[in-house]
Ligand binder design. Structure first.
Ligand code: SF4
Length: 264
């Protein structure tokens, strides 16, 4: 033992000759469980531990390209034969396997909810905090504290509101999305929402960055847009003279031929 405490060394197991040679024992165990037509050639054996080895056989079952039958055998101390521990089917490097499992909650995308669907928010969702402890009203700190205390005692107000993290996530998502400055329609816009008469201001901490578009002719009508978003339906857009429709000619009264009038 050294002065620094006990030293642990990992000894790599040596191949056990009997276990490594037990190919036919492994194959026989495999054929007890699996149709012979599904078993291919022996692909090799790997040392799993002391007197413990796994034999791999190709799987020839349709739809299982790249999969392998795995038969693990062990030899007890001072024994001359092996016993079979397990027979399983495992994917090789080339196997087609299902994508990694993603929990249902993480798979949900905006637009997935149908009428009647419920999507509960976890109690510890970091996007929300109890309203009495944070709040989002524009009052100063003292006023906030008083208002929240009273509201809490009376059981008024929302139970939870956006946390700083939840607010930042939403702002970034909106800014990076179709209502932000990088969307194709904003890139080609003649001017930004900041100067558009159709922009409805919002209250709260996002008031200096976002508003809601209220132009029924615009793609973003009813949606949150950043001040530096924009579109071709901006309230001050004017067509260049060359793009305006040509003026209609003056009406001409035909004095040479008779007009036909139809009476109903
Ligand atoms: S009409 Fe266009 S420029 Fe005006 S607020 Fe809506 S998106 Fe912005």
């Amino acid at each position: 033992m050294s002065d620094d405490g006990p030293v642990t060394t990992t000894v790599r197991a040596k191949p056990d000759a009997v276990a490594m040679a037990a190919v036919e024992t492994a194959r026989a165990a495999l054929l007890d469980d699996v149709d012979a037509a599904d078993v291919g050639e022996h692909l090799g054996a790997v040392v799993e531990g002391e007197r413990l080895a796994t034999h791999l056989f190709a799987c020839t079952r349709r739809g299982y390209a790249g999969w392998r039958w795995s038969v693990t055998v062990a030899r007890a101390s001072r024994q001359k034969t092996v016993t079979v521990c397990e027979v399983v089917l495992i994917p090789g490097d080339e196997a087609i396997v299902a994508p990694e499992w993603v929990p249902y909650r993480e798979r949900i995308q905006p637009g997935d909810l149908s009428p009647g669907d419920l999507l509960p928010v976890a109690d510890d969702d970091p996007r929300l905090v109890p309203t009495y402890s944070f709040g989002d009203d524009p009052l100063d700190a003292d006023e906030k504290a008083q208002v929240r205390t009273v509201a809490s005692e009376l059981g008024l107000g929302r139970v939870r509101t956006l946390s700083l993290e939840g607010r930042d996530l939403a702002a970034q998502r909106w800014y990076d999305g179709d209502g932000g400055p990088e969307s194709p329609i904003a890139q080609a816009a003649p001017d930004s929402c900041r100067s558009c008469g159709f922009l409805v201001r919002i209250a709260g901490s996002m008031a200096d960055s976002f508003g809601v578009c209220a132009n029924g002719d615009a793609n973003d009508d009813g949606r949150v847009v950043s001040f530096d978003h924009g579109c071709g339906a901006h309230s001050e857009v004017r067509l260049a003279r060359k793009h305006e429709p040509p003026p209609l000619p003056e009406p001409v009264h035909d004095t040479l031929t008779d007009d036909e009038f139809v009476s109903f």
